[in-house]
Design a protein around this ligand. Structure first.
Ligand code: IYR
Length: 206
């Protein structure tokens, strides 16, 4: 680790400063992601701890416009059902401040979309343990790595996600878990005026 104890707090503080500036972006520019960034970020994601070290993740990068178009069309179909009838009034009320709806242009406009799959037991893959938790931690690392490189992301979770297998050419034992557009914010992109909880609201010391 090689961080002397006297530097530990400063290192933790400066990492916090970087991470505190991350915001979920829904309005992307079409400027490409610089070469190599996605690969390094996926390498970082793949350093995450996983149950029994099975590493039950697969990352698919979509940049092909036709695949992104199909992804958008399929996701919007699910979201129309969600916003139109599946979501409870309580859920829709919780989402209202975010201003989300069934339109997902970012799935086509963002230069790259990372689709993250949980890998379950299959002909060539072992049974994973704590797959959801493992992949969730890996996605946290991924978002941090991309943010650190100056890229914006949106964590999108269409539900159900089976359509992702066909669009991404993945076998049945891989289950879509996250769809993450990556790129630069569009000029003038806006984010909701949200506040984060204060430390004393999230931390209990005993
Ligand atoms: N998946 C839908 C709805 C949605 C749900 C939650 I929880 C959010 O934090 C944001 C959106 C959509 O993408 O619009």
């Amino acid at each position: 680790m090689d961080v002397p104890a006297r530097q530990a707090e400063e290192r933790a503080r400066s990492f916090h400063e970087i991470m505190a500036r991350r915001r979920t972006v829904r309005d992307f520019d079409d400027r490409p992601v610089p070469d190599g960034v996605l690969e390094w970020a996926v390498r970082t994601a793949a350093t995450a701890p996983s149950g029994a070290h099975v590493q039950p993740w697969r990352f698919v990068v979509l940049t092909d416009p036709e695949r992104k178009r199909r992804l958008r069309a399929a996701a919007e179909e699910e979201e129309r059902a969600f916003y139109g009838r599946r979501a409870s009034d309580e859920w829709l009320e919780a989402l209202a401040p975010l201003g989300t709806d069934e339109h997902k242009p970012f799935l086509e406009v963002a230069p790259a979309v990372l689709v993250v799959f949980e890998v379950h037991k299959g002909p060539h893959t072992p049974r994973p343990y704590y797959a959801k938790e493992s992949v969730g931690i890996a996605v946290g690392f991924l978002l941090a790595a991309l943010h650190q490189a100056g890229l914006a992301t949106l964590t999108h979770t269409p539900s159900p996600m089976r359509f992702l297998n066909e669009i991404c050419d993945r076998p049945a034992e891989e289950r879509g878990a996250y769809v993450i557009p990556v790129g630069y914010p569009a000029p003038g992109a806006r984010v909701p005026d949200l506040e984060r909880k204060q430390l004393d609201e999230v931390l209990v010391r005993l």
